[in-house]
Design a protein around this ligand. Structure first.
Ligand code: AMP
Length: 283
């Protein structure tokens, strides 16, 4: 497995691979890898000749009061895991390599990037779209793998690729959960044992909503109130948002129909966690 820290080396190796007609799969990550990331890597391994995993904690997607400095990092453990999963190359640049002084260009997917997480984390998706565009340009993958856990991110990246005519297939991968239902996230490592228990209200309230919808509830407000009530019962939980939106436009909907995304962001203590489920209502 190659570990490349520079754009130049990465490009050189990828140029050689492309000359051998290799198909490339890219898995962009911020590291501190868990089984969720592994599921993306395995999917990429199945369908591509070469698999590149990028490990880069991207400063531009963190707000000034967010956890960029404290974000968990363990490159040695990540590299061991990638090696085990037969990754061909890890691209692991320093911040200065990705953002030299005087960079003025950004990629922004308007509207979709300004709602849900974008409303409480202004500039977050601009940072995500900029770094993902740079990674796409550096690695030139045929396919790139993203988790449904970050549903809004996935929708935005698909739009970015469509709007900019990038010849890259975006492959969505299902959310991997603990046995107790909690979606895996690098940020779960911040949770104390009490907070881990409190965090279970997130998947539980999503399950409750799912059940009610499957039993015929079509009013979004009823589902939203039910979830608010449920989450607010847990003292360590503070709701950032509970939203029921159209899964293409991300516009809020009143009646649950069509392709629907139910997305939540909840603080458990100081840790902000997100989760969601999506479904297509039968016409
Ligand atoms: P991150 O390192 O958190 O930026 O995540 C890198 C990629 O892994 C993103 O595409 C995430 O959506 C995906 N991912 C993170 N957690 C999970 C999970 N629990 N299940 C599936 N994919 C995930």
């Amino acid at each position: 497995m190659i570990i490349s820290k520079t754009i130049g080396t990465t490009r050189k190796i990828i140029h050689e691979w492309k000359q051998q007609n290799a198909f490339l799969g890219l898995v962009p990550t911020m590291g501190f890898l868990h089984e969720g990331h592994v599921s993306l890597i395995r999917e990429a391994r199945k369908h591509n000749d070469k698999v590149v995993v990028s490990i880069f904690v991207n400063p531009t997607q963190f707000g000034p009061n967010e956890d960029f400095k404290n974000y968990p990092r363990n490159f040695h453990k990540d590299a061991t895991l990638c090696e085990k999963e037969k990754v061909d190359m890890i691209f692991h640049p320093e911040v200065e390599e990705m953002y030299p002084e005087h960079t003025y260009t950004h990629v922004d997917v308007h509207q979709l990037g300004e709602t849900l997480c974008g409303a409480t984390r202004p500039g977050h998706f601009r940072g995500v779209c900029t770094v993902v565009s740079k990674l796409f340009n550096i690695v030139s993958p045929e396919r790139a793998y993203f988790g449904e856990k970050d549903a809004q991110q996935l929708i935005i990246i698909k739009k970015l690729v469509q709007d900019l005519n990038l010849p890259i297939q975006i492959i969505p991968c299902p959310t991997v959960r603990e046995e107790n239902g909690l979606a895996l996230s690098s940020r779960n490592s911040y949770l104390s044992p009490n907070e881990q228990l409190a965090a279970l209200v997130i998947p539980k309230s999503l399950e409750l909503a799912k059940e009610r919808i499957l039993h015929g509830e079509t009013k979004a407000e009823t589902i939203r109130s039910l979830m608010h009530e449920n989450i607010n019962k847990v003292p360590l939980a503070t709701i950032d948002y509970v939203s029921i939106v159209d899964a293409q436009t991300l516009n809020p909907i009143e009646i649950i129909q069509g392709h629907v995304l139910l997305a939540v962001a909840v603080y458990i203590g100081k840790t902000r966690l997100i989760d969601n489920f999506q479904w297509q209502m039968e016409a």
